[in-house]
Every structure is written in C-alpha cells, then in structure tokens.
Design a protein around this ligand. Sequence first.
Ligand code: PAF
Length: 298
Amino acid sequence: MTPAAAGSPRRTRPGRMRRVRRVGQVRAAVAAWRSRGESVGFVPTMGAIHPGHLSLIERARGTDDRVVASIFVNPLQFGPGEDFRSYPRPVVRDRRMLAAAGTDLLWEPEVRDVYPPGDRTRVRVEGLSEGLEGASRPGHFEGVATVVLRLLHVVQPDTLWLGQKDAQQARILEQMVRDLHVPVRVRRAPTARESDGLARSSRNAYLDATQRAQAVALARGLAAARSALAGGEHSAERLRRAIRAVWRSFPAVREDYVAVVDADTLEPVTRVRGRVLVAVAARVGRARLIDNFEWRPA
Ligand code: PAF
C-alpha cells in the first residue's frame, strides 16, 4: 500500500463518481489507481448520508489521492427488534451527496457480496465490545467488526476514516486492525454537530419537532460534564450526576447509560486520572441517540 503523507494535498481532482456493486469491480478500480502510485482513503457508511459523513469524505480527500465510500446497511450489526428494516435508505440523495463531496468510487454491495452464501466467519474484539453500546446491543460490535474487516480486505485502503461520535466502534476497530495486522491507518474525525450541539446521526431522522428539541439534552449534559472537568472535578459519580441534572429538564429523554470510562480500555473509572471517554446514550421517541467526548487531564 502507498502510505500517503497525512495532511498532504490530494494530487488528483475529483472526477465523476463511479458506482459499483461487485468485489471484483472495487478491486480492479483500486488496482488501477495503485498502479499509478495513488493512495486510497476509505469511508464506510450505512447510507442516510449527513454532514458528519461528508466531513469524513472531506478529510479523506485531504489525506489520500482517491476516496472510496461504501453504503451497506449491514444486517449483522442489528439485533432482533432493532431498526434494520426501517433504517433510512435515501439512496439517490446519498449518491448525489457523496458525488458532490468528491467521492471517486461508491461501493454499494448486496448482502451476498459481503457475506457469500455459506459464510461462517465472524470477528469479535473481546473486552471492548461488551460494555456501553454492547450492553444494550448484544452482538452489535461483532457485526461491525466482521463487516468492516471484510470491507477493508476488499478496498485495501491506506486510511480508514471513522467518526468520534461512535467512539466505542472506533476503539474496537483500531484494536482489530492492530491485532490482525491489517495494513491500514485508522483516523478519527471529530463529531459533526447541528448548530445547537446535537450530534449528527442518521437516526436523528426519526425525531419529530418536539423530540428534536429534547434531543439537545445529550450535548447539553455532556457540556455540563465538560465544564465540571475543566473546573477540576475528578469524581466520575459527580460527572454523571451533572449530566443527569441537565436531563431532568428534558422529560422525553430516557437514559440508557451515562458513563465515564478509560478511553483505551473502555472500563469504568471512579476518578478521572488519565484520558477518559464520557459517553451517553438515551432514547428520545423511537430514536436511540449516543454522544460522547474525550477528556485528557492537563
Ligand atoms: O458507523 C457505521 O455507519 C457502521 O457501523 C459501519 C462502520 C459503516 C459498519 O457497518
């Protein structure tokens, strides 16, 4: 693989985006670029593209010569009773947005392209997958790790771009890449937010106007924890209380978890001594929303 210098300007101009479905087509396109010495950045998505995804495409354009995006609503990462069937699939709009953002190749596999008939292989990253999201969504991260490893094997990018909003997912995939010697650099982009602070998410589409107004509680609660940390607070319990105090003014917000964990091990901490992840999840209407921030003591 061609290591692109991080932050170096892209050498190629974005042209017309190509759309492909089959593994062989992705491999052929990437091989052609590689034969010209061009590097490749990769942004995997499940579609329902929003400005958070577009910021990943923009970053990928800044570090690599070519940008591949995928749209695949991965059945393996949805539990029974979750929103696999109703997950938004605005395909035409997604394609338009990804093309306008400068994606060179959009891979839209079908289930059989990713999971060939008779497929039996799964990837589990132990110790990082069971808490936080994993506690509410058993099997979710096995689905995520399994699909992302497959996508990486096909695209073989130089850089994999992930969003900080899904911090646990990013941490798990970083670990997987390290453990399995996958030759790719993993980069996280900051969470993209609406003007009032709500983290951009495909699931925000489930919110009606009243719920949308309540959903800002997640970002507001985190802001309260952040200012407590900045004011010298070290107690995880008091940080959790600060978040819950904010949430009391938002009756439609139903807590799933409010957690302060070590940013590497994702184990709960009682005192903030090193780098921590403050992470929250809540239901607002039928949307299950997550948000977080990382904090490193000065
Ligand atoms: O974050 C997502 O959209 C998905 O979990 C991912 C990484 C595309 C895998 O399906």
